[in-house]
Design a protein around this ligand. Structure first.
Ligand code: HAM
Length: 473
């Protein structure tokens, strides 16, 4: 047994509810993350990072004591110093805490963007994990409804760029003036249903009646079909705020669906509240991102008045939605040029060529494996190499290399200092063509334009060796 009680030599598995991103999916995920971060940058958000754990009280107070997140889903533990700390279940509370602590709130608008993991002890299923990754934007320091529209516009552009079909659900949750009045009305309605409501729903109603409205249970939905809605109880200021947000979204060409029962699981929201649902995913995990306005959160956690609005993209679910829709972005090329030292004496030249190719932006590598030439060529084709640089004895003696264009299936000998531009041209030409459009034939290809037999191919390769290899990635 080892210290953890597991029999020695037994294998370990990742913790339940976590997900290992292996290649090439991790690259795809990084691209999705970059898409959102780039849209955020274009909208003036600056990167920021906070720790993945915070004092437990921050979430209890900031996210809300009555939420499922705080009551059931937090990873809370006592550290060796006896402090209660919690792995962040979301990023907004930590963001506000950090901005307050460093004196960044209270003096105008701050726009910040985050990317990192969150942790919730949920029942794991596809798209619902215990460790998940969010890309989050927060715009704090203005109550202007135009900012709500601007924050939503970032999301609209993210999904448009990624090509994901989503529905934007939109509602207003009112403010400190109109929501308590509405809450009481709703509570009375729910109490009026008496025993018809299951006991756990009655308990939920007493704690947080709004959360009963977005319960998925069809029986509860039917019973509450006539429940009063926040939308019909907004005060004048909230109504005007909401109207302006909708007007601006309309002007920006952002469509939405009214969602008067959208509540969301975090207590800090007021006024504008929204969620994007993927059309390709099941209801249990189709929320790709969501957020809203949280005026009052700063004061709640000890900061100055600083009204804010933001949202977070669930990166894992977004990748899942792309996967289900068969629209994953292509992973970046891992290998464009393979450099093959065919004699031990060529190794020094090979390492320099690999270095120079990489400096020129070409993904280049050596095989680090013993194979026949034919085996190397097959492996290169399988790995999607566009060019193979062959360094045989004859080439070395002449200060040259043979560069093979894998798609065109032709080969030229060039001086060593022409290898990088020759390979770069082959890669650029391949990149210019649509996927699948890389035809054979060398006409017009700079990499194959040398005079026939220029220098002769010291390492002759029978084209049939590579015929059936599907050279193009
Ligand atoms: P949220 O709706 O709880 O909002 O989470 C945002 C997104 O994170 C969800 O739409 C979902 O895609 C993803 N997500 C949440 N929990 C999980 C999970 N267990 N597994 C996989 N993905 C998950 C917030 O967290 C707010 N802090 C957003 C915000 C920012 N509001 C204002 N500013």
């Amino acid at each position: 047994m080892d210290a953890g009680g597991a029999p020695l030599h037994s294998r370990f598995e990742g913790p339940k509810g976590t997900f290992d991103y292996l290649p090439p999916l991790a690259d795809v995920r990084a691209r999705v993350e970059l898409t959102m971060l780039e849209q955020a940058r274009l909208a003036g958000y600056q990167r920021m990072e906070t720790p993945i754990f915070e004092e437990t009280g921050l979430f209890a107070r900031g996210v809300g004591q009555s939420t499922d997140v705080v009551q059931k889903e937090m990873y809370t533990f006592t550290d060796k110093g006896g402090r209660s700390v919690t792995l962040r279940p979301e990023l907004t509370a930590g963001a506000v805490r950090a901005l307050i602590e460093h004196g960044r709130l209270g003096g105008g608008l701050v726009k910040v963007a985050f990317s990192g993991p969150g942790f919730r002890y949920e029942r794991p299923q596809a798209g619902r994990q215990r460790q998940f990754h969010q890309v989050d934007i927060e715009a704090i320091g203005s109550a202007d409804p135009a900012l709500d529209a601007d924050v939503i516009l970032v999301g609209h552009e993210v999904f448009r760029t990624l090509g994901i079909a989503v529905t934007l659900l939109l509602t207003s949750l009112g403010d400190a003036e109109c929501r308590p009045v509405y809450r009481q009305r709703l509570l009375e309605f729910l109490r009026g249903l008496g025993d018809k409501l299951p006991s756990e729903v009655r308990a939920r109603a007493e704690q947080n009646p709004l959360r009963v409205l977005d319960m998925k249970d069809p029986y509860v939905q039917e019973l509450t079909a006539d429940a009063p809605l926040m939308r019909d109880s907004l005060c004048k200021a909230c109504r005007e705020h909401d109207d302006t947000v909708r007007y601006l979204l309309g002007e920006a060409g952002v469509g939405w669906t009214e969602a008067p029962r959208l509540v969301r699981g975090l207590d800090y929201y007021m006024r504008t509240t929204f969620e994007w649902q993927a059309e390709a995913l099941d209801a249990a995990q189709n929320a790709l991102g969501g957020g809203g306005r949280y005026d009052g959160l700063s004061e709640l956690v000890g900061g100055p008045p600083a009204p804010g609005v933001g949202w977070a993209l669930g990166l894992d679910r977004t990748v899942l939605a792309l996967e289900r829709a068969g629209a994953l972005p292509e992973a970046p090329p891992q290998l464009q040029a393979l450099v093959l030292p065919l004699t031990p004496a060529a190794q020094g030249t090979a390492v320099k060529l690999v270095r120079d190719l990489r400096r020129a932006g070409v993904a280049a590598d050596q095989p680090y494996a013993d194979r026949t030439l034919r085996g190397h060529m097959k492996a290169a084709a399988k790995a999607g190499a566009l060019a193979v640089v062959l360094l045989g004895e004859e080439e070395l003696a002449d200060g040259q290399a043979s560069v093979r264009d894998m798609a065109a299936r032709d080969q030229v000998r060039v001086p060593l200092d022409s290898v990088v531009p020759t390979v770069a041209r082959i890669a650029a030409t391949a990149g210019d063509l649509a996927p699948g459009g890389r035809e054979g034939g060398a006409s017009g290809r700079p990499g194959s334009a040398g005079p026939p037999g220029a220098g002769g191919a010291a390492v002759g390769i029978d084209p049939s060796d590579t015929d059936d290899q599907g050279a193009a990635p």
